[in-house]
Structure formats: C-alpha cells, structure tokens
Write a protein that binds this ligand. Structure first.
Ligand code: C5P
Length: 283
C-alpha cells in the first residue's frame, strides 16, 4: 500500500517570547501560517525502514530526522505500522525557520491516522512529543500559537498574500536551542504585538511583524543582515524573520509582484521561494 502526503511549510507572522517556563522551554506567542511551499512524502510498505531523498537537500542522518522519530513514537505507543520506505521530495529548505522537519513529522503522523485511531493513540500527543511546532502541522492552516508553541487557536487565513522567502546558506548548529539561548531576557515582551496582528487578520501585515529572534540572529550572526538588506534593496515592502530564522520574507498582494521581487533577489549562497499564504494541508 502506498500513501502520499503533502507537508507544507509555515511562516511566523510575528513572534514574542513572554518568559521562561518551569519545563525549561520559553512561553511564546506567534501566528503560524501554512504556505504553498511543501515537501511530499511517499510511504510504501517494505521489509525494513528506509528513508530516501528523491530531490532537494536532506543531510540529516536517518536516525535523527523527525520522520523516523515520528514512526518510532507511533509504534512505541502501540500503533501497528509495518516497515516503511519513505521517499521525500524536499522543497522546504532545512533548518530555515520554515518548519520543514516539523511538517514532515506531522505528515508522517497524518499518513498513519487510521493505525493511530485503531490503537487509541492521540495524534496530538505524539506530535507534541516530537517538537513544539509539530502539532500545528496536524491542522493548520493558520493559528495563534501559545504555550511553547503547541497550544493552538485557529485564525482566518490572510487574503491575497504572497510571500517571497529568502533563505541564506547559514548553518547554525542545534539552531532552535541556540537561538532561544541568544535572546536577551530584556527583549521579552507581553504578546500584545502578536495579539494585534491576530485581530487584524484576514488583513495581512503591511510592515514587518515583530520577531524577537531577529535581534538575536543579527547580533549572533551579523552575516544574516545581507539577506534582509537584499529584500529591502529589491523594494520589498518589508523584510521580516520567520521562526528562529535565518529565512527573511516579505508579503505582497499578487503572485506577479512576488515573482518580480524573487527575480531581483536571486543570487549565490541563498535560496529564494515564492509561496501563497494560508494553504490548507491535506490529510
Ligand atoms: O520543541 P523543539 O524540540 O522544537 O525545541 C527545540 C529547543 O528549542 C528546545 O529544546 C528548547 O531549548 C528550545 N525551545 C524553547 N522554547 C520553546 C520552543 C523551543 O526554549 N517554546
């Protein structure tokens, strides 16, 4: 039996850190918005688990990637999932702030929804055990995320919003943890800026939504500034950071305008993508 699932990327429309939590994570407030850029995962029943890359960039060892970890987590909870060959068509740049690994994990969980239901296993609990962003990708397409990122409330999708995403070739080891560690507590805030953005939806932001990681990224990795400046030099309306970076994005109201900006910003040592906001994931 072959199952094919789509794993969309996301961007964050703003991200505030409210403080430390007792479990060692940070309390955050952000808007997660699925976009049309997506990986595709094909699952085929075989004799032994294997993960193969059909296209794109994927240098994470199989034992450490979230697809394998999702399969293991579902089996450990009692789901009867036979060995799988997973073929990944990877379009989402890795470790870029676009949620690629988390979305692949959620797509893996969605692919085996029936086996999870048969075993009485809660998909959301499996997702939350794999990473703070994973639960969002079970539902999407747009949500206010609080807690450590796993407490979700649906929001209206931005209308007519196209993103140009510029991902610099910047490898940050153990990126998410490193970036949380690079935020000075003096930069924490009360969540009101993200709250205002959420209330304005479906109107998309027309200036850069505040993301606390931008200052952290540019302080720790000043070379990331070039990506931001490249978008602004192309007359993008703004340049905003998604997640813990290092992808910067802008938003415009037509695909044609997005593609014009994308043409201007293309260059060496960076990846450019154009995507529509708020595309629902399919199960
Ligand atoms: O949840 P996830 O595995 O993606 O998080 C990776 C790391 O990022 C965590 O181990 C933690 O150090 C940090 N993190 C955090 N607060 C969050 C989310 C992640 O401190 N809300």
């Amino acid at each position: 039996m072959t199952r094919v699932v789509r794993a969309p990327a996301k961007i964050n429309l703003g991200l505030e850190i409210l403080g430390h939590r007792e479990d060692g994570y940070h309390e955050i407030r952000t808007i997660l918005c699925a976009i049309s850029l997506a990986d595709w995962l094909t699952f085929e029943q075989v004799d032994a688990d294997a993960i193969a890359l059909r296209s794109g960039d994927f240098d994470i060892p199989a034992s450490e990637n979230l697809i394998s970890r999702a399969l293991d987590a579902m089996r450990q909870r009692g789901a009867a999932i036979p060995p799988q060959r997973v073929t990944v068509d990877k379009a989402i740049p890795a470790a870029a702030g676009l949620g690629g690994a988390s979305s692949d994990a959620a797509a893996t969980i969605r692919a085996f929804g029936r086996e999870l239901a048969d075993a009485g296993v809660d998909s959301a609990a499996v997702a939350a055990s794999l990473g703070s962003d994973v639960p969002f990708f079970l539902d999407g397409p747009v949500a206010l995320a609080t807690g450590r990122g796993e407490v979700l409330a649906p929001l209206p999708a931005p209308t007519n919003a196209w993103g140009v995403l510029l991902t610099p070739d910047l490898i940050i080891s153990d990126k998410t943890r490193t970036m949380y560690g690079a935020v000075d507590p003096a930069w924490w805030s009360d969540g009101s800026r993200v709250g205002a953005l959420a209330r304005a939806l479906p109107e998309p932001p027309n200036e850069a939504p505040f993301n606390v990681f931008e200052r952290a990224l540019l302080t720790r990795f000043p070379e990331a500034e070039a990506a931001r400046e490249r978008l602004l030099a192309a007359e993008a309306p703004f340049a905003a950071l998604t997640g813990a970076g290092p992808t910067f994005y802008t938003l415009v109201d037509s695909e044609a305008r997005a593609r014009e900006i994308a043409e201007v910003v293309r260059g060496d040592a960076l990846t450019v993508n154009v995507a529509m906001l708020g595309v629902p994931g399919d199960a």
